[in-house]
Ligand binder design. Structure first.
Ligand code: 5GP
Ligand code: ZN
Length: 137
């Protein structure tokens, strides 16, 4: 994609702090980290997000995410990591080239990712059945 910022990074047209590369995947530091070491893992091939992905392409990214996670955790001496991807505008996706965030978490970093809501009476069971029915399609 010509106007995609992450495709430009893959092609070397925009610089990045490269962490890892294989034939399908590139990992580099996020320019605006939640914590130092915040890394993005992206497919070299342009697709938008999980809904636009082939299973093997998504799997390649997840394999690299696992590899890179160990190094990030050690490098910044993190207690743990959040591994997450925003899929769709309402999920917070800003860059429309698939990417997975590896976010180092430190004791007392005060980042609260999401507050949990309560289900209404019967709602949980209804949603469960609906999701399971779509899995059978
Ligand atoms: P999203 O909200 O789409 O999941 O996150 C996109 C991420 O890409 C953001 O965390 C943002 O800081 C990062 N980002 C956007 N443009 C660039 C860039 O040119 N270089 C790097 N390294 N990160 C970028
Ligand atoms: Zn792209």
């Amino acid at each position: 994609m010509n106007d995609c910022i992450f495709c430009k990074i893959v092609k070397g047209e925009i610089p990045c702090s490269k962490i890892y590369e294989d034939s399908n995947v590139l990992a580099f530091l996020d320019i605006k980290p939640i914590n130092p070491g915040h890394t993005l893992v992206i497919p070299k091939k342009h697709f938008i997000n999980v809904f636009d992905s082939a299973e093997e392409d998504w799997s390649s990214v997840m394999k690299a995410v696992r590899t890179v996670s160990f190094a990030v955790k050690k490098a910044v001496d993190a207690d743990g990591l959040n591994i997450m991807s925003n899929n769709g505008i309402n999920a917070g996706q800003v860059v429309m080239h698939a990417h997975t965030h590896i976010i180092p978490r430190l004791k007392d970093d005060c980042l609260k990712l999401w507050p949990g809501k309560d289900y209404r009476e019967g709602e949980m069971d209804k949603i469960k059945h609906k999701i399971v029915s779509f899995l059978k399609e």
